[in-house]
Structures are given as C-alpha cells and as structure tokens.
Design a protein around this ligand. Structure first.
Ligand SMILES: *Cc1c(COP(=O)(O)O)cnc(C)c1O
Length: 452
C-alpha cells in the first residue's frame, strides 16, 4: 500500500521562517521612492507599516524566529498535511510520484493566513489598533479579518465594488470575523470620492482599493496598512509551507525533482519553493526544476518586462523592480481572481530573470479541465488559482509516462474552491472564454514605463 498523506506532530512546526535574501548571489534591487526615484529609506515606510515588518523586508538574516504567539495560532491548522496524489497518478498511468501540500485546511481556506496572522501580531505588538487593506474577490480580506480577529485589532477592508456585489460569501466571512468591509470606490477617502465624482457607477478596481486603504492608514495615527502578497516579508512568512514540506518528504527519504506553484503576486509559490531553491542556489540540488504557473490572460512572468514599476494604478506605492505588464494593466475577467495582478514579488522575479526559476502560462479552460480531473480522482475541489499548477503537474506526469521517468513532483495546493462554484458552473456550461494577453499591449505598457 502506498502512503496517502504525511502529517507532522504539532511540536514539529518549523520555529523559524527562511529568508532567501541571505542566499542570493547579488542583492535585490532596492524599492524606489515614487517621487524622488531614490532608494526608499525605512523611515519612509513607517507611516504605513510597523517597524518589525520593515526590518524583515530588508533583513539579510537567513532564518527569522517565529514568535510563540504566532505559532500558537498557526497550531489551529498547522502543520498542514502533505498528500501523495496516488489516485491521480493511477488515472494518468504515470510512473511519476505526485505530492501536494494542502493549504486549504486553514479557517479562511487558503495559504493567506500564514502571513495575515504574522502581520496582525506584529502590528498588535507595536500598539497599532486598526489595519486597513484592499481585496478583490475577498481571499486576502477574509484572511486578514481572521488574523486581526485573533489578535483583537480592528480591520477595515476596501473591497472592489463589483466583487462586493457579485461575490457575497467571503464578504460575509469578513463580517463573521468582525471586520468592516467597504465597497470601493467609497465616500470614506479622498481617493474614492475623486473617482465617484467622475463616475458614480464605477465598478472599482484593485488599484483604486489600494489607494483608499493606504490613504486611510496614512491619515490615522492608530492605523496601519497590510499587503497580502508581493513584498519580501509576506514571502518570508509563507516559507513555513516549504519548510514543512521538506521535513515531510525527508521523513520518507524523498526529495522533489520538480516543484510547482501558481503565481498571483508570488507568495504561495515562493513559500513552497524557496526552501528548495536554497539547495539549488548552494549547489546541493543543482538540477532541481522550479516551475511558476500563471494565466495566459495575465502573463506577468512569461510576457512581462523586467523593470521598475509602481505596485498600483494610482502610482502611490514605491517602485519595485519586477516583471510587469504595466501598472495600468486591466485584467481580462478570468475566474482565477487571485492571479490578475500586473506585477509579481521582486524576489521571485529576480530568480526568474536569473533562470533559476522557469515560468509557464495556461488558458483557463485547460486549467479547469485539470481541476475537474483532480476533483474526480483526489476528491478536493480546488481554487481556480491553484488549478494552474495542477495543469502543469499533469502535463509533466504525462511526459514522464512517455519517458518512463519516476520523477518526484511537488506542488502547492494553495486553497479550496468552495467559494468559486460559479466559476466551475460557467466552465461546465461551456461559457468560459480563453484569453491570451496580446504582445502589442505589453509593448505599449513598456513605452509608458520607460518614462519612469
Ligand atoms: C490569493 C491566492 C493565490 C495567489 O496569490 P499568491 O500571492 O501568488 O500566492 C493563489 N491561490 C489561492 C487559493 C489564493 O487565495
């Protein structure tokens, strides 16, 4: 009988996060001040982030200790199980061994609370009373609502108005965890009012919601802002996924040949992959293949440009060196809402640029087909975001069938799909279009960026 899942005991939760900045051959290009274009000073960030997170953002320490109070909350659902997808392997008749880390067991149903809990904790320690953030479909908003709830902070979430109206379930979850969820653009901020004056029926966008959340934090002394992906400290907190997975595979004497994850802003992928990429960087496992998976409709890593760009449409955030489709990128309405960001984590982008990590892009119908096969074999109905890397894993497993290779494939199963049933419905009804983001628009965005 093959092993189906591997658990760790509660006391085997990693006690430190892994910081890949310590193992980079050359340092990360610094974020730039949006007005002066000079490297940002830690003090510039103090108005929106607590000191400890600013320190983690630039830290060169290889390991950062996880405070006991954070571990105590992690223990609600961590360590998460590592599954072997035996039934999917059988169906594919592949000699490859497929493993996945299952992050859908957290209360909000994804990997996002790994950082939400940590961010809420450090803000609480520094006397902050309220956090603000933005959310699109609501995955990040619900995770931060959960985190702030457990550390007794208030939480204000600016949710893109069209999602607020069309996707009520995660908004209700935010309410259950005590957060205030405001449809954006709103009357609460100047940024919101300015949009509403021009267009009272604006459906909102992530860029507008970011501007509102930052303005709210910057104009209130007891309030700070929180981001759910992209930044170094967010990626750091997510490495608990890969550190656990490494131990779990070690316990059955295996090491992956290939590691996969889906990429929105890059946090869950990097969280699983970086503890393994460490061994690729230091020569312990030089032939490891690390595959970042994204939508054809938002092909940041496969078609984007590696340059400095703003994190938001309103050009308020620091400039980050990353692959980008341009800060005025308007995502096509694909159903993997969490994968529609124009940029990606600078750490991940640097490693893609140095060919340590490879990127692949997929159409949404082939992605849902993979998710459907996964549900029919492994049982779990996964998030449409996650399904992007399942598609890549299935392709690889079928390649192994041709060559007879017994590769060990590992992917991050970043969340469940129970709040995305209408997307599955559209797929089963044959109503999902396949988008490919056109090369001309990338070139046009480059023209806009060269002025920075
Ligand atoms: C938000 C989300 C993603 C994408 O975000 P990353 O920062 O790239 O990890 C992927 N999967 C799920 C389930 C999500 O909720």
């Amino acid at each position: 009988m093959e092993v189906t899942k591997i658990f760790l005991d509660e006391d085997e939760i990693p006690k430190r996060w892994y910081n890949i900045q310590a193992d980079l051959k050359t340092p990360l290009d610094p974020p730039l001040n949006p007005t002066t274009k000079e490297p940002i000073k830690p003090d510039d960030l103090k108005i929106i982030f607590p000191m400890e997170l600013i320190k983690q953002e630039v830290s060169q320490e290889k390991y950062i200790r996880i405070p006991e109070e954070i571990l105590d909350v992690y223990r609600i659902w961590r360590p998460t199980p590592l599954y072997r997808a035996v039934k999917l392997e059988k169906k594919l008749k592949t000699p490859a061994k497929i493993f996945y880390k299952w992050e859908g067991v957290s209360p909000p149903g994804s990997h996002k609370p790994n950082t939400a809990i940590a961010q809420a904790y450090y803000n609480m320690k520094e006397g902050v009373e309220r956090l603000t953030t933005e959310t699109g479909a609501g995955q990040w908003g619900s995770a931060l609502a959960f985190g702030t709830c457990l550390f007794d902070l208030e939480c204000t979430i600016y949710m893109v108005k069209i999602s607020y109206e069309q996707k009520p379930y995660r908004r209700i979850l935010m309410k259950a965890w005590g957060a205030e969820c405001i449809p954006s653009p709103s009357n609460v901020t100047q940024a919101g009012r300015r949009i509403l004056e021009k267009d009272p029926n604006s459906p909102g966008s992530l860029g507008i919601a970011i501007s509102e959340a930052i303005e709210d934090a910057a104009t209130h002394d007891d309030t700070k802002y929180s981001l759910g992906s992209v930044l170094n400290h967010v990626v750091l907190h997510q490495t608990i996924i890969g550190l656990e997975a490494k131990r779990q595979l070690e316990s059955i004497d295996l090491y992956p040949d290939m590691v996969f994850g889906c990429v929105g802003g890059g946090s869950n992928f990097s969280g699983l992959a970086f503890p393994f990429v460490k061994d690729k960087l230091n020569g312990k496992k030089p032939d490891l293949d690390v595959i970042a998976c994204e939508p054809m409709a938002c092909p940041t890593l496969t078609k984007g440009i590696y340059t400095y760009d703003f994190g938001d449409t309103a050009q308020m955030t620091p400039l980050l060196k990353m692959y980008t489709l341009g800060h005025d990128f308007v995502p096509p309405p694909i159903h993997a809402g969490g994968l529609r960001y124009h940029g990606d984590a600078p750490l991940l982008c640097k490693l893609v640029n140095e060919r340590i990590i490879e990127a692949r892009a997929f159409y949404q119908n082939e992605v849902f087909k993979a998710a459907d096969l996964f549900a029919k074999t492994e049982g779990f109905l996964i998030a449409p975001e996650t399904a992007h890397c399942v598609k890549a894993v299935i392709d690889e497993a079928l390649r192994c069938k041709e060559t007879g290779e017994e590769k060990v494939l590992l992917f991050n199963n970043s969340g469940h799909g129970y709040f995305d049933l209408s997307a599955y419905d559209a797929y089963y009804e044959g109503k999902l279009p396949d988008y490919e983001y056109p090369e001309e628009l990338v070139k046009k965005a480059l023209a806009n960026l060269s002025r920075i």
